[in-house]
Write a protein that binds this ligand. Sequence first.
Ligand SMILES: NC(=O)c1ccc[n+]([C@@H]2O[C@H](COP(=O)([O-])OP(=O)(O)OC[C@H]3O[C@@H](n4cnc5c(N)ncnc54)[C@H](O)[C@@H]3O)[C@@H](O)[C@H]2O)c1
Length: 331
Amino acid sequence: MVGIAVLGAGRIGKIHAANVAASKFARLVVVADPFAEAAATLADELGAQAMTDCEAAIDRPDVDAIVIGTPTHTHIQLMLHAVRQGKAVLCEKPIDLDMAKSLAAVEEVERLNGRVMLAFNRRFETTFAQMRAAIDAGDIGEVRQVIISSRDPGLAPEGYIEHSGGIFRDMTIHDLDIGRWLLGEEPVELTAIGSRLIDAAMMEKYDDYDTAMVQMQTGSGKQCHINNCRQAVYGYDQRIEVFGSKGMLQMDNLRPTTLRRWSQDATDAREPLLNFFLERYQQAYKAELDAYIDALVNHKPMPTTVQDGLQALRLADAAVESVKTGRAVRL
Ligand SMILES: NC(=O)c1ccc[n+]([C@@H]2O[C@H](COP(=O)([O-])OP(=O)(O)OC[C@H]3O[C@@H](n4cnc5c(N)ncnc54)[C@H](O)[C@@H]3O)[C@@H](O)[C@H]2O)c1
């Protein structure tokens, strides 16, 4: 049994803690969060201990591995604290919002042979994983284009936008990771555009965008298009198309059921889409955690690495640069 500490008892920490508690191969030892009530409530619910000091939770001898679900600016410090003690880490995205700090952290993780997995949960979602497997099996021949539509159901509150690092480092980062993963080659050129169509005043205040498009091209000419919007009135819109020399793969949105209705007013009416990431990617978070524990128990390589985290951040930074300069960025 792997003894695990979950750091952060917020939105994502709750998901990770419940998945650790449900694992046959791990024990949720402690939930740590400086907000004592949040730590105690979650720990009590799952039969673990509660602590308010995240570093003290990592130091415990009964903790072998940690899951970092704390705010982004705390990731590097907690990750390095664990790695220096030889403890494994599943770290939420992004590593950090700053490239220089992330590079230095990754350099130390690699120098110490640290076992760190970056939480790009979508790679573990059933349909995403099937897409990658179908490409690997040659079902669509050579990949030519990847088209990703990824839109949130509603604008996040101002307090979130203020610390998010901007649409590209916070939201697009997932799609940038999936784009390079499905392309199977590193992008060498990126162009992006950003607009303020939902709340121009708030976006201007934080030098951010609510609507964006990114285009990437690999060395051999494979293309990827990503479109993001922070508000889609019909729900959390997550669709992908991969076009290849011998065919095409499409991933559609998920709904609570497959019920379809016909009436005088509408035909083929279906239920709304699963509301947001906690529902849409519920299975993916569990599969991601299981993959982490499997790597630990069976001494396998981490399925996603700090290099994946760095590369996604590099692409996000390039998107910001491209929007600001109006030019394509060579990577
Ligand atoms: N992979 C995904 O799909 C996904 C989804 C949501 C969030 N995230 C990432 O997870 C992280 C947390 O996001 P969230 O939405 O759960 O945030 P949240 O605000 O809901 O939760 C963060 C928790 O951390 C605690 N905290 C605050 N300051 C802290 C500190 N200095 N040290 C330790 N803990 C502290 C807070 O009390 C809170 O309980 C972010 O890095 C975010 O980018 C990833």
